[in-house]
Every structure is written in structure tokens, then in C-alpha cells.
Design a protein around this ligand. Structure first.
Ligand code: AP5
Length: 222
């Protein structure tokens, strides 16, 4: 008997390691990764209407208006692949009203993972972060340097990764975190994100495997 696919939300402050962990989660569990940050950056890069509207907000480290992001997420979640393989929502909901939109659509995750990392580490991670525009891979100049000189030469820095903007993104995150948490309190699992990335992943993996087993049991019991 095949059980319902996993539905996972991952949350945490800017640079807490969401994107890094999502790469590993997708490899292991085959979920469809829906990152609003990545979707918006792609819209900006291809200069679409959404991208042109979102650009200014993103570059200054502010949240893009709810209506723009929510339409995008709804569309992505309703694709067949997300229903079939399950989904991993990264960077959404980011405000109480975004969480409310999902509740209204009866879209609820099985688990709400929060990566917990101290403020000073977050700022350092933002400043050292580099992206490979070719593969989409996330690097850090100190912790995860690129494998080859060729990759190093093409790495880019996100416009919102300056110290000042990283601090303001963190403030915005903190302002919204509690209201969102209150909606998912009963399925929330906090993980220490200030450990080597494989250690963080091992904890996530064990939580997700447990949820998967529970879902299989429920299905068999029906
Ligand atoms: P988004 O892209 O979601 O940015 P964010 O939440 O600020 O998260 P980050 O991408 O900065 O960090 P991350 O947690 O993925 O960390 P990463 O793995 O890269 O959003 C960007 C913007 O889009 C927003 O500011 C907003 O304008 C807009 N937006 C997006 N969603 C929106 C929404 N729902 N509503 C409105 N607006 C929205 O890791 C960071 C660094 O640390 C890397 O260099 C990595 O190599 C390193 N690292 C990772 N793990 C470890 C580890 N364990 N140890 C050491 N280093 C590590």
C-alpha cells in the first residue's frame, strides 16, 4: 500500500541553511522543492512581470508583497508532480497572512522544521555565501569553498547578502516568526542548525523517516 506523499515545511532565519538542507532532502526523499526565494530570483533573472515587481523588494531585503508570492506558490503546489511526489516548501509562509492563505486552502504540512542558528553565525553565513549560477549550488567562501577554479570564477554574490541587508532581513524574520509558529506549534520540530551540515541532515532525515512510517501505519490501519 502506497501512503500519501510527505508534505514538509522548512523554516529558519536568513542563511540558517534551508537551501543547503533542501538539496539533501530532495536527494533522499524525492520531494518537489518549492523555494519562493529561488522562484522569485528566477523571475527577476528572466525579467518577467512578477520579477520586475519583486526585484526592488528583494534587493533591499524586504518581503515581496503577499499577493505576488501567494499566487506563485499556489500555482506550484497544484502541479501534478507536487501531489504525486510530495512537497518541500522552503521560505513560505513568511508572514501570518501567508500562513492563513494556506490554511484557507486546507494545505497543511505533516511537519514544520525550524533551523535554529545564533544571530552572529547567520550574518557571517550571509556575507560568505556565493551561488553557482550554472548548477544553482550554494557555497560559502570559508565553510564550503568551490571544488574547482572554474567554478570559483563564475560564482555570484546575492545583492541582499551585505551585512546591513542581512541584519534587516533577520529583523523582519524575527517579527514574523512567532505568529507563524503559533499556527504550526503542534507539528513543529526545532533543530540545531549550528552544526556541520551532515549532522543537521541526519537529524532531519530521522524526523522525516519517522513521519513517513507514521503515515504508512495510518494508511494500513484504514
Ligand atoms: P530566500 O531566498 O528565501 O532567503 P532567506 O530566507 O533569507 O534564506 P537564505 O536563502 O538567505 O538562506 P538559507 O536558509 O537557504 O541558507 P543557505 O542554505 O543558503 O528569500 C530571499 C528574498 O526573497 C526575501 O528577502 C524576500 O524579499 C523574497 N521572498 C522569499 N520568500 C518570500 C515570501 N514567502 N514572502 C515574501 N517575500 C519572499 O546557507 C547560507 C550560507 O551558509 C551558505 O553559504 C551555506 O553554504 C552556509 N551553510 C549552510 N549550512 C551550513 C552549516 N551547517 N554550517 C556552516 N555553513 C553552512
Amino acid at each position: 500500500v502506497k501512503s500519501e506523499p510527505l508534505k514538509v515545511m522548512i523554516s529558519g532565519a536568513p542563511a540558517s541553511g534551508k537551501g543547503t538542507q533542501c538539496e539533501l532532502i530532495v536527494q533522499k526523499f524525492g520531494l518537489v522543492h518549492i523555494s519562493t526565494g529561488d522562484l522569485l530570483r528566477a523571475e527577476v533573472a528572466s525579467e518577467t512581470e512578477i520579477g520586475n515587481k519583486a526585484k526592488e523588494y528583494m534587493n533591499s531585503g524586504r518581503l515581496v508583497p503577499d499577493e505576488i508570492v501567494t499566487v506563485m506558490v499556489k500555482a506550484r503546489l497544484s502541479h501534478e508532480d507536487a501531489k504525486e511526489k510530495g512537497w518541500l516548501l522552503d521560505g513560505y509562509p513568511r508572514s501570518a497572512s501567508q500562513a492563513q492563505s494556506l490554511e484557507e486552502m486546507k494545505i497543511r504540512p505533516d511537519i514544520y522544521i525550524v533551523l535554529d542558528v545564533p544571530d552572529e553565525t547567520l550574518i557571517d553565513r550571509c556575507i560568505g555565501r556565493r551561488l553557482d549560477p550554472v548548477t544553482g549550488k550554494i557555497y560559502h567562501l570559508k565553510s564550503f569553498p568551490p571544488e574547482t577554479e572554474e567554478i570559483r570564477a563564475r560564482l555570484i554574490t546575492r545583492p541582499d547578502d551585505t551585512e546591513e541587508k542581512a541584519k534587516s532581513r533577520l529583523e523582519i524574520y524575527k517579527k514574523n516568526a512567532e505568529a507563524i509558529l503559533s499556527i504550526y506549534a503542534n507539528i513543529m520540530k526545532k533543530i540545531d542548525g549550528n552544526q556541520p551540515k551532515d549532522r543537521v541532515f541526519a537529524e532531519i532525515e530521522s524526523l522525516l523517516s519517522e513521519v513517513q512510517k507514521e503515515k504508512e501505519k495510518l494508511k494500513l490501519g484504514k
